[in-house]
Structures are given as C-alpha cells and as structure tokens.
Design a protein around this ligand. Structure first.
Ligand code: 6R9
Length: 654
C-alpha cells in the first residue's frame, strides 16, 4: 500500500490544512477516493449543528471489512495483520496474516448469521484482549451488525444497563480473561447481567481460561462448536454486506457529567476514512512498521488504533493481552524488543506507573526498533514526557501527544511525528479538516484562538508565551464526528451542540500559545479522568448512594501521582454501622458492583452534611479545593446555606 495522502513536511501540512479549510468537501472526497466503494457517493457532506445532523458521503455504499481485509489480500495476503502477545510470556504468541484474518472473520460472520444475527442487530462483545475479540468486531462489521464492545472491567450491573439501552440480543464473550495475575470470570459476570436482560437470545462463548462456567441450554453456545458447524456446512466465504455510508458501525458507551453512560454512535464511511487518515498521518506509519497500541479494544483508542486504523492501512497491529507490569515492570519493553516494535502508542498513566519502578527495568532492553512514541487519554505532564523521550525514545523518537475523544472517533489535535513540531505537554496543532477554536463562558470566540480563521501555525510570533484560553470547540464537521447517542438524539444535541450555537463543544478547556499550539488543560465539566478512563462524578455518586448506610454523597477529583486524577468521595452517612473502616470497604465494594473496579473511590471522607447553596445545589468547587488540599483558597462561601459545614469538612479526617 502506498499512502498518497501522507503529509511529508511542515510546508505540506500548512498547505493541506489551508486547502481543507477552504474546500473541505473536495479535500475529503480526494482522500475517500483511495478506498474501496461498492457505489460512489452522491454528496460529500450535508450538515447542521442545530439538530444536529451530519452526513458524509451520502449514497455511497461500502463495507469497512473489504477495506480493512479484502483489498489487501492480493498484495499483502501473507503480511501479519495482527500479532498477538499473550499475558503469560511463556505461552505461544500468535501471528495472523491478512489471509488468515479473512478466513477467520468470514467464519465468525457465518457463525453470527447462523445464530440469527442480522444487519442492524446490536451485538455486545465482552472479552479480554485475545485475537477473537478483534475478529468478532470485524465479523459484526462484515454482516452489518452493530457492535458494542464493553470493557472487561465493567460490572454485571453496568453491562445490564448497556444491554438494555442498546437492546442487544446477542453477546460474544469468553469463559474468562487473563490480565497479569488475575483471572477475570467474564462469562459468570455476563450470567449475572443477564438476570435483568431476558431479551438476550444467544451468548457465544469462546474458550480462553478454561474456568468452570455454566452454560444455559438454548441460550449459550460454544464458539468452537459453532465454528465446527460452519466448517461442516462448508461455509468458508462470507460476502460482505453492502452498507450505506451513514449506516451505524458501532455503539460505544462513555461517561458524561450526568446520568447513565451514553451510547456514542459512529457510522461506516466517515469513521473508516478518518481513522485511516489520522493513523497514517499522526504516526507517519510506513508499510511494514509494527504498530503497538497498549489500549484495550474496550475503549475508543483500541477501536480506532488497534483495529480499524492500522488494518485499513494494511498495517501490522500488535495486540497485547497482559499488563505492562507483569510478570515484572520490564514487560512492555520485552514486548517491544520481541517484535521489534516501531511505533508505541500508550497512556501517561502507564508511563507514570513505570517511572515509579526506576530505570532498572529498562536495563538490558534494546528498544532500538522504536521510531515514534505516542500518548493519549489525558494531558501528559512534562516529567512523564521527558522520561519517555529520554529513557524510551533515547532522544531520537518524536512523541505525538494525541488529543481526541470517544465522540470524535479519531485524533483531532496532535503533532505529526517528525513533521510538525512537538512541544512537551501540548497536543499542538489540529489535523487537516479540523477547525478548532476557544470560546469564553458566554460563547464568544476568544481572540487568536481559531485555527481556521487566525492561521493554524505561526512560526515567528511577536512576543512569547500564552496567547489565549477558553473552552475547546470545533466549528466544522470532520468525517468521524459522533452521529447520535443511541436511542436518544436529544441527549446528543444537549450534551455537545447546545452549549454554544453552531459549535461542537468538547467538554475540555484549553490554552493556545502564540505559535498556534493547543494545550488541553482537562475537563471543565463533572467528568473525571482516572488513569485515562472517563468517569462521571454523578455515576459514582449514584453508586455510593445505593449503600444502605449512605444518606447522600458528593464526588470530586484530586491530583493523583500515577492515575492523573483520583476519586474523592464525601459521604453523609447514617451511622448505623459505627465501624468506619468496614463501611469504607462496603462502599468501595458497592461501587465495584454497580459500575466496576475502575470507579472505586481512592479516598472516602465521612461528613455530617454537604456544603449547599440556599437552592440546594452542592458546592463542588469548595469540595474540589478541599480535596486538592487548597484549604486557604476556598473563595466565596457566603452563599452557603450553612458555612459551618466547610470548617467541619476542612478539619475532618479521612
Ligand atoms: C481518546 C480518549 C476523552 C477525554 C478528553 C480529554 C482527555 C484525551 C488527551 C486528553 C489531554 C490528550 N484526553 N487525550 N487530554 N491531552 N492528549 O481518551 O477518549 O476516553 O473519550 O476521553 O480524555 O479530557 O475529553 P475518551
């Protein structure tokens, strides 16, 4: 494969950016012509941000798996598509070529059909990081079923909520999953979830851990048996379903500032084109490179940059089942050396956790294959940036700091490796086609913050330092923008398109320097970012409030050395159980059960009441300051119903 739209110099970037702003339709149509279409589109773009309604490549027909697999078979059939490294370094790794992938995806697609799955049906996938997970995702896409992957760390209750919301009647899971020392009983969690989901018709169970599980007659079937059936029937091929450009490809649930997680919907063509374009340009991927993204496919990063981006580019993607610190803190580097990884894409939280082990685990590691390093999920602090640069990249690998979201489908702001300048702790410049600006509280555009109107890059600014700051918005659609929130379009409108007229609002705050580089400062809403995972404070509060001894609670974030943000819960507690140590444990167990272990509070402070305004609103600003240890800087507390509460909380013990 060659990538005619890969940007090779700073000048080319600036030119391309300007073209993409002047004539976005032309720009994206040119890129789209490099893909395999069953039928060419009639109209490149129709959009408005009021409903909102965004349609890219209307009338076009395609199947994303033909672009990710079939079109590579002739020239790249024997190239590894997926390299899989197991949790246990002593177990055999697996290499799946494009030819193998084609056969496996067709097989599983036929299994799905044979079990009644049809185009448009929602299929929930709850698996560990094994190749069958990627194969399942692609098998759904092959037959036009809408996949909804749920991260293995979510609880039965969370799964049930998502299954009900998506009305998913089919599930693919495995008996269990290995992660470090842990053996996670996936099928038994699914069984618990399904008590509340009688509408689920079929559960396909893949063997991984050989944990004892129960199989329910008529509902549960073994993956391996189903594949055998397909083989006996002689069904080797599975023609790809012809999809409309705007048909939904998948639903992925993510947390917001209020209520339950929402199902972000992405569509076939736009998502494919944008993940491919951003993959090739941000990482400067070259044919034959080994690309290693350490995310889990349960998150958007895994969807876009383990599965769809690399495979649509005919690339080789490495899937790692385990964790960076097991059996020891050198594991990630062993994996890099074992496969001579060229591009490593990881998260600041992983880097900070590895930094904690010192330089010992890096000794005797070669790492000379690395060319590009990438970071995603949260702002990368300068210390972690420099550690990565010096000790992993040996000062010769550009680091891309990639800013994006579940809702954006792909990377929107990032330097392009080795092409546009990097700056520690800055995501830097928007990709071509992405028109970024900052607004103030009233929704007015902040001067010198608009990448499209004020120039995307300024090599020689007057003066230096900070130029502007505000809330990060995008004013023109890019192909992989969120289309809707599943089953509730109004929620999509109010969450992203109603804060500021004609703008997509990201929920993040940002600064822009005089060169035009953006620096993301973090969420400005009630969403926490814990180890790169998005967690809504309201969700955690709801879970804590389920505990019988809890009257009410308020959850805020606090700076955490490794996780970036930790979860701090203020709990008003009825005192029925005087043993606070026990109650703390109980509350943590409740949160684990309702949401999953990723949402467990790091700190719990029992208080007799919460600071509220006269109208009954919890003053989170004050609680946040106390959690951050900024006791002397609480600001105005005069609007509080009972200012005495603040003193009690300030002097309270954890
Ligand atoms: C891809 C992903 C999105 C939120 C986003 C922002 C934060 C992601 C970042 C970053 C600073 C970066 N975020 N990348 N902040 N610099 N390079 O993480 O999606 O799970 O939906 O989270 O993560 O706050 O709004 P998602």
């Amino acid at each position: 494969m060659s990538y005619p739209y890969q940007i090779r110099s700073m000048e080319e970037y600036e030119d391309t950016y300007q073209q993409s702003v002047k004539n976005p339709e032309n720009f994206w149509a040119n890129i789209a012509s490099n893909f395999h279409w069953r039928r060419r589109w009639d109209k490149v773009l129709e959009w408005n941000f009021t409903e909102p309604s965004v349609k890219w490549f209307s009338g076009g027909k395609l199947n994303i798996t033909e672009n990710c697999i079939d079109r590579h078979l002739e020239k790249l059939g024997n190239r590894p598509a997926i390299i899989w490294e197991p949790n246990d370094p002593d177990e055999y790794h697996r290499i799946i070529t494009y030819k193998d992938l084609y056969l496996k995806v067709c097989q599983v697609a036929n299994v799905l059909k044979n079990n009644g799955v049809k185009k448009g049906d929602r299929v929930c996938i709850y698996m560990g990081m094994i190749p069958e997970l990627a194969i399942s995702v692609l098998a759904c896409a092959r037959i036009g079923a809408v996949h909804s992957v749920i991260f293995g760390g979510f609880s039965a209750q969370s799964i049930a909520d998502r299954l009900q919301d998506a009305k998913a009647e089919y599930i693919i899971t495995s008996d269990g999953a290995f992660r470090g020392q842990k053996d996670i009983p996936l099928k038994s969690v699914i069984d618990d979830a399904l008590v509340a989901c009688p509408f689920v018709k079929k559960v396909i169970v893949c063997t991984r851990t050989r944990t004892a599980i129960s199989m329910i007659k008529g509902r549960d079937v073994w993956w391996e048996d189903e594949i055998k059936k397909i083989e006996t029937l002689g069904m080797t091929d599975c023609p790809a379903e012809e999809m409309d450009a705007e048909d939904p490809l998948f639903i992925l649930y993510t947390s917001g500032s209020t209520g339950k997680p929402k199902g972000v919907v992405h569509s076939c063509a736009g998502y494919m084109i944008y993940t491919n374009y951003s993959f090739i340009n941000v990482f400067q991927y070259k044919p034959g490179d080994i690309f290693f993204c350490t995310a889990d496919i349960g998150w958007i990063t895994g969807h876009s940059y383990i599965v769809y981006g690399p495979l649509s580019a005919g690339g080789t993607t490495l899937m790692f089942e385990g964790v960076p610190t097991w059996p020891d803190a050198g594991r990630l580097w062993d994996v890099v050396d074992k496969y001579r990884v060229n591009i490593l894409y990881t998260a600041p939280t992983a880097i900070r956790s590895l930094m904690g082990y010192g330089l010992g685990p890096l000794q005797n590691k070669n790492l000379s294959s690395l060319k590009v390093l990438g970071s995603v999920g949260e702002p990368i602090n300068e210390e972690a940036w420099h550690w990565l640069d010096e000790h992993v990249g040996k000062n010769k690998c550009p680091i891309v700091d990639t800013w994006w979201q579940t809702e954006t489908g792909g990377i929107l702001i990032s330097n392009l490796a080795g092409i546009t300048p990097h700056k520690p702790a800055h995501a830097t410049l928007p990709l071509p086609g992405v028109q970024v600006l900052l607004v103030d509280e009233q929704g007015k555009t902040v001067p010198n913050s608009d990448s499209a109107a004020d120039g995307v890059y300024n090599a020689a600014p007057q003066g230096d330092g900070l130029q502007s700051s505000g809330n990060l918005c995008i004013k023109f659609p890019w192909p992989s923008i969120i289309r809707t929130t599943y089953g509730d379009h109004e929620r999509c409108r109010t969450t992203y398109f109603a804060s500021y007229k004609n703008l997509y609002f990201t929920g993040d705050g940002a600064l822009r320097d005089a060169n035009g580089n953006y620096r993301i400062t973090g969420r400005v809403d009630d969403v926490l970012n814990v180890s790169g995972h998005r967690i809504g404070t309201a969700e955690v509060e709801n879970a804590i409030n389920m505990h019988t001894d809890v009257v009410e609670s308020a959850v805020v974030g606090f700076p955490h050395d490794i996780k970036g943000q930790g979860i701090y819960a203020y709990v008003v507690y009825s005192g029925r159980n005087p043993d606070q140590v026990l109650t703390r444990k109980d509350i943590i167990a409740t949160v684990s059960r309702i949401i999953g272990p990723i949402a467990k509070p790091d700190k719990i402070q029992f208080v007799s009441s919460l600071p509220k305004t006269r109208s009954g609103k919890i003053m989170r600003r004050i609680l946040r300051k106390i959690a951050e240890g900024e006791m002397d800087n609480l600001g105005d507390t005069s609007t509080l119903l009972d200012p005495g509460v603040v003193d009690e909380i300030k002097h309270g013990k954890l």
